[in-house]
Design a protein around this ligand. Structure first.
Ligand SMILES: NC(=O)c1ccc[n+]([C@@H]2O[C@H](COP(=O)([O-])OP(=O)(O)OC[C@H]3O[C@@H](n4cnc5c(N)ncnc54)[C@H](O)[C@@H]3O)[C@@H](O)[C@H]2O)c1
Length: 387
């Protein structure tokens, strides 16, 4: 029998649109799984965005008051795609109302808020999912399987990174993203994906030492109606000081003895969305970069003489979920498809009443590494990650 799950979305910017679009195709891409999302209500503080989203995605209602989303009797899942600074308040309100929570990363504006969000969800026994979407690339899930099957032998080295250009233009506008009162910068934004990927592929981090920098110190203030993720100011715009981090890196020692580095930056030139990893073991190596998200590089130590080096593997129906999108090898997926998989994974968890992965539990593990990164920079020393 097919199951209908009511969804309410709060925040209709880039991610709100992307999630809403994803819910619309689940019943098609995962047809045999018998789950039908029902787009009940969407909310944005900008009325025009909320109203347009109702028509564009087919929500039954819209509102400018997020409390109405949580209170709506037909909403089972509260989808949080509002600015990061609101996440804890929204998770808290949803959990207290007994609603399951699908929240974009980061779950809070600092590690303490993420810990609070995890504790609240546990207290009210609601299910959760966090938007660590890069996990869901079919070749990344295949990489995970190769590691678990022991194909790389004992893991020895890991290098993870998320190098992004979204704020590399000094004229890109000052927004909530660059204000410490709304959260850390790269540490909780891009670095949360980098740490989650390291956890998924290698395991928990034991100790680390870090480096944190603000590279572009001032940005132009927006004028009314111009603010968005990629909007630009001009030469005579008034300026505001950036108060959170552009760049974060750390040297890591994992609990299983693997040695590693992680690095994230939002103001880099060259890479665009270089979310990737290199992983080495005693029997082989893997590397992947989202900019070529349908290609995994694989090398085995005992390759034939004359065939040494990495081989490129193309995303194919042999990899998890690829066939939901395309029946042929080499016909790849895109960013939005990863969100479709993520939305489905959460609705499946809600439908079965089982914990999702990654949930707020995994977000808390990420937050503990972020906390250690801050402590290390503060002390200018190696620090242990809290267990
Ligand atoms: N997983 C990913 O790849 C990824 C990518 C981008 C952003 N994100 C995360 O998604 C979240 C949103 O980012 P975005 O890029 O979509 O931001 P955005 O600025 O494009 O969208 C935020 C929306 O929230 C609305 N909003 C503000 N206050 C509100 C309120 N009180 N009630 C309802 N709506 C309100 C804004 O008007 C805007 O439309 C952030 O936490 C960010 O870290 C994740």
């Amino acid at each position: 029998m097919r199951k209908t799950i009511g969804v309410g979305v709060i925040g209709m910017g880039w991610m709100g649109e992307c999630h809403s679009r994803s819910y619309k195709v689940i019943a098609d891409r995962f047809y045999d799984q018998n789950i039908d999302p029902r787009l009940v209500i969407c909310s944005d503080s900008v009325e025009e965005r909320a109203r347009d989203s109702q028509h564009r995605f087919g929500f039954e209602e819209y509102t400018t008051d997020w409390k109405q989303v949580i209170a709506h009797p037909d909403v089972d899942v509260v989808n949080i795609t509002a600015p990061t600074g609101m996440h804890l308040e929204l998770i808290k309100a949803a959990a207290e109302a007994g609603k399951h929570v699908y929240c974009e990363k980061p779950a809070g504006k600092n590690p303490q808020e993420i810990a609070e969000a995890e504790a609240i969800a546990r207290q009210y026994d609601v299910l959760s999912m966090i938007g660590y979407n890069y996990r869901w690339a079919p070749v990344v899930q295949y990489a995970r399987k190769l590691i678990l099957d022991g194909k790389l032998g004992r893991l020895t080295h890991y290098r993870g990174r998320f190098l992004n250009c979204y704020a590399s233009d000094p004229h890109s506008l000052f927004s909530w993203r660059f204000q410490k009162e709304n959260g850390h910068g790269t540490l909780t934004d891009l670095m949360s994906h980098t740490i989650d990927m390291a956890h998924m592929l290698v395991g928990p981090v034991k100790r680390l030492t870090s480096n944190i920098q603000i590279i572009i110190k001032e940005r132009p203030l927006p004028t009314e109606g111009t603010s968005s993720h990629y909007a630009k100011g001009n030469a005579d715009s008034p300026m505001a000081s950036v108060t959170n981090d552009d760049y974060v890196s750390a040297l890591l020692e994992f609990e299983n003895g693997v040695t590693g580095t992680i690095e994230s930056c939002r103001v880099i030139n060259g890479p665009k969305t270089e979310m990737g990893f290199e992983l080495h073991g005693t029997e082989g190596a893997l590397r992947w970069n989202f900019e070529q998200m349908n290609e995994l590089q694989l090398q085995y130590r005992n390759n034939e003489a004359g065939e040494e080096g990495y081989t490129t593997i193309y995303s194919s129906p042999a990899h998890p979920n690829h066939e939901r999108f395309n029946p042929a090898p080499g016909t790849g997926l895109g960013y939005d498809d990863l969100k479709v998989i993520e939305c489905f994974e959460f609705l499946k968890a809600v439908s079965n009443g089982t914990e999702a992965d990654p949930s707020l539990k995994e977000a808390l593990a990420v937050a503990k590494v972020q906390q250690a990164i801050l402590a290390s920079w503060d002390k200018q020393a190696w620090v242990d990650v809290e267990k």
